[in-house]
Design a binder for this molecule. Structure first.
Ligand SMILES: [Cu+2]
Length: 120
């Protein structure tokens, strides 16, 4: 491969790695992944490594019977790296399927499984 083409590929690889660092990666959450919370009104917080477009990100709650409920995301300009919501949940196992749009225009997706226990 000619040297100038190698340099071009190296530059592209560098750009790709820089871009990857801007993707939204889930860094913390409430409930924690595989964690548990008591039944009732449950605050849901997904925290990312970077700012995200809250209006164009998505949260879907999947119950153990596979039923799916879209969760409204609470827009909060003071917490630009979070997707916040809440839901009234009965005991059982759930998954939040999240889709986060980072400000670089790229979407990342993931599943956050957790358990709701009988309220004390
Ligand atoms: Cu990106």
């Amino acid at each position: 491969m000619p040297l100038h083409r190698r340099a071009a590929f190296a530059a592209l690889a560098l750009l790709a790695s820089l871009d990857a660092s801007a993707h939204a990666i889930l860094t913390d959450s409430t409930p924690k992944a595989n964690g548990s919370v008591p039944a009732g009104h449950v605050a849901l917080v997904l925290k990312y490594n970077s700012k995200i477009d809250q209006a164009r990100s998505r949260l879907l709650l999947i119950a153990s019977d596979k039923s799916e409920t879209p969760l409204a995301i609470t827009a909060d300009a003071k917490k630009p790296n979070e997707l916040d919501s809440s839901a009234d949940l009965k005991p059982g196992s759930y998954v939040i399927r999240w889709q986060a749009l980072a400000l670089d225009g790229h979407i990342t997706r993931g599943d956050l499984p957790f358990t709701v226990t009988t309220a004390p």
